[in-house]
Design a protein. Structure first.
Length: 361
């Protein structure tokens, strides 16, 4: 049953009438069970192999010869199949392929010589390729970054994605939709315009839909933050109840350039503000800009870019204001700058962790 569903979904995703709602239903089915993912990935892999074989020059050249060679031998099983011709088109792909193989087995049993074997192989490859839809319009890619790493990705539609530290995405493009699953972390999306194919970013806490714009999406275990640089986006947050059911709420927030939406389904808090665009998107260039930020918040932010712990050893340090620029990958330099500008002691432990302490008076 699972194999049949995977075949049905593969065919649906490649059909002309597949839309964003269909893809969303597929996404829920695909992620609902590991067995679903294995079956679909196996079907997609087999499809790619069959089409690769069927379109090689040798197979194309042998096609007509193979079909002529199988005609007489296949007649031996024609009487058996003639009793159920109307059922063939209603059978699953696996059942259809079984019948094709039975015909070719008869050929191999009755035929002689190398040509018969090659012809049978060619006929099988062609038959499989005909029965299975062409996969040229479905592309799935996985991208990720490690802690402290940033990565720029050029997508096939001309869009560009910049992944921040410790981020993972899955990209699925079909004929009628472009979808990205942001599994964790933060991404900047510069989306190429394509009115016929909306660009959708799905997260655990909501969905963002655009046609062509530039924006960031950041998600944690409990929150979603969307910030728009150019164009406009539609954000459909997920409540806790909707998230448990795997569907989005029908309340849509439309954001314009410079606007930011922060949403926490666990707290039930949704906040819409004007973002500081000059600093908000600096991380895309590898810089974190802090303007009058509390040291506690600064430490929390730069900790995302290192595997080492940064510990404030005194409560009085938390509210110290920081005005600085942190260059991703240059943590030691940043720590030295904090030491001299804030007048605090920074201790580097043997394991690489940092301790920030008030300087003795």
């Amino acid at each position: 049953m699972i194999d049949e569903n995977s075949e049905t979904w593969l065919s649906k995703l490649q059909s002309d009438d597949c839309d964003a709602a269909d893809y969303e239903a597929f996404r829920r089915w695909y992620h609902a069970d590991e067995a679903h993912r294995r079956a679909f990935d196996k079907a997609r892999h087999l499809q790619a192999q069959l089409n690769a074989v069927a379109t090689t020059p040798a197979i194309v050249a042998l096609r007509e010869r193979a079909l002529r060679a199988t005609a007489d031998s296949a007649a031996n099983t024609a009487d058996q199949d003639a009793a159920e011709p109307a059922q063939f088109e209603h059978q699953t792909l696996s059942e259809q392929l079984t019948r094709v193989v039975r015909h070719l087995a008869a050929l191999l049993e009755n035929g002689v010589g190398r040509f018969t074997v090659v012809a049978a192989s060619a006929a099988l490859a062609v038959a499989l390729a005909v029965l299975w839809p062409t996969p040229t319009k479905v592309e799935t890619q996985f991208w990720s970054t490690s802690i402290g790493e940033q990565k720029t990705i050029a997508l096939e539609d001309g869009s560009e994605v910049i992944l921040d530290t410790n981020t993972q995405i899955e990209v699925v493009f079909s004929r009628n939709a472009r979808s990205v699953e942001l599994r964790r972390g933060q991404g900047f999306f510069d989306v190429a315009e394509d009115p016929a194919r909306p660009f959708i970013v799905n997260t655990n806490n909501g969905r963002v839909t655009v046609l062509g714009t530039a924006f960031t999406v950041a998600q944690s275990a409990t929150a979603l933050v969307v910030t728009v640089k150019e164009g406009s986006v539609e954000v459909m947050p997920l409540s806790e109840q909707a998230a448990a059911q795997g569907v989005a709420d029908r309340v849509v927030e439309t954001l314009s350039p410079g606007e930011q939406l922060s949403y926490s389904p666990t707290k039930g808090v949704k906040r819409r503000t004007l973002a500081q665009v000059d600093t908000e998107f600096q991380w895309v260039a590898g810089n974190l800009v802090f303007n009058e930020d509390n040291l506690e918040d600064v430490v929390s932010e730069i900790s995302r870019y290192t595997q080492h712990d940064i510990v404030l050893q005194s409560h009085e340090l938390k509210k110290i204001k920081v005005n600085a620029v942190f260059r991703v990958g240059e943590l030691e330099t940043f720590m030295k700058a904090l030491k001299f500008t804030l007048g605090i002691d920074i201790i580097r432990k043997p394991n690489g962790d940092y301790e920030l302490r008030p300087r003795p008076r």
